[in-house]
Design a protein around this ligand. Structure first.
Ligand code: ACO
Ligand code: V55
Length: 299
């Protein structure tokens, strides 16, 4: 792994490995809570990675015992209480800029690799990641109510987007914690795995995502995030526009190659395998055979 401090700063670190950028909340002695400085450094980091060829997938994780213990109660809240209104609005904007805009709409696929504590404000970047895999022993909590605030910073919206009403209100109102397994059961994360398997599972998933047409993949996630708030007909038009646009921008090589491999060469079953862009003549052999799948007939 190669590592460099630029332009990540001190509160964020990045390691590149197998075309994955592991982006770390890097304040382990403060349980990776989010200060105004961290918010600015995260924005700069994620922004830079969009144009960095060493990064095909972003994995957001935490150094030490925490993923992130939420907003920094000292630097983000108490130390700004006596600042001007304009200053307070600015630090809120800087939190939202990376948590809700840059990360949520990131050019690359994003995976939250949840290794430990996740409290309050950390639910927003968690939900902004496209996919989330947690360690069974990770601990989540909407702790706001435990210290007298309601879940702001769009935490409430993040929770409404990923959890059902019964679970969301239960945890918003009690402030109780829950573990990775429970988070997976509720749909807050995709899966939870034993701590020892967390990185392996995330790397496996990143590899799957890397094999797709990156331009189409980017549009696919953008489309999903937009259409859920659209009416039916606007969504249909928008999806066609994004579909045509992404094919034009990608050049359609992946799509045409895959159709050739399936329809003419009978070498690919796109229902079961991904076409490999780098190898126009071939597709990966299916590793697992779903029930009912037949071997392709030789003509
Ligand atoms: N804000 C500011 N400092 C924090 C935060 C935070 N959110 N979380 C941890 N820290 C600091 C602690 O103050 C402590 O600092 P110190 O060493 O200078 O005294 C250091 O990180 C280590 O934390 P401990 O509490 O000593 O660690 P412990 O393992 O005992 O507990 C835990 C970990 C459970 C995460 C605890 O730190 C905690 O409850 N943190 C707050 C979680 C929270 O409620 N976050 C806010 C959510 S609401 C929102 O984000 C808007
Ligand atoms: C929270 C988070 C915020 C905020 C206010 O409840 C509250 C968490 C991400 O910013 O500004």
């Amino acid at each position: 792994m190669s590592s460099t401090k630029q332009p990540w700063g001190n509160t964020v670190d990045v390691e590149f490995s197998d075309s994955i950028a592991f982006v770390y909340f890097n304040r382990p002695d403060k349980k990776n809570c989010m200060s105004p400085t961290l918010n600015r450094e995260m924005y700069a980091t994620l922004h830079a990675l969009e144009l960095d060829d060493r990064c095909k997938v972003v994995v957001l994780t935490g150094r030490g015992a925490a993923w992130s213990a939420g907003m920094d109660l000292k630097e983000y809240f108490r130390e700004t209480d006596n600042e001007s209104d304009a200053f307070k609005m600015r630090i809120r904007e800087e939190a939202a800029a990376w948590q809700q805009i840059k990360l949520r709409n990131h050019a690359k696929p994003t995976i939250a690799m949840v290794n430990g504590w996740v409290f309050g404000g950390a639910f927003t970047p968690l939900t902004s990641c496209d996919i989330a895999i947690a360690s069974d022993d990770a601990t989540f909590g909407l702790s706001e109510i435990n210290w007298g605030i309601l879940p702001g910073g769009n935490v409430t919206k993040s929770v409404a987007d990923t959890m059902g009403q019964r679970d969301a209100l239960y945890y918003i109102m009690t402030g109780e914690t829950f573990d990775g397994k429970k988070a997976a059961k509720m749909g807050l994360v995709n899966e939870s795995v034993p701590a020892k398997q967390l990185e392996k599972r995330v790397r496996e998933l990143a590899k799957v995502l890397m094999e797709k047409d990156p331009i189409v993949l980017r549009s696919a996630k953008e489309v999903f995030k937009r259409v859920r708030y659209m009416d039916w007909e606007t969504a249909n038009d928008y999806i066609y526009a994004k579909s045509d646009g992404s094919q034009k921008r990608s050049g359609g090589e992946f799509r045409n190659g895959a159709m050739k491999a399936f329809l003419d060469e009978k070498k690919l079953k796109p229902g079961l395998d991904t076409y490999k862009k780098d190898d126009g003549k071939n597709a990966i052999k299916s590793s697992k055979k779903p029930a009912g799948a037949k071997k392709s007939k030789k003509k």
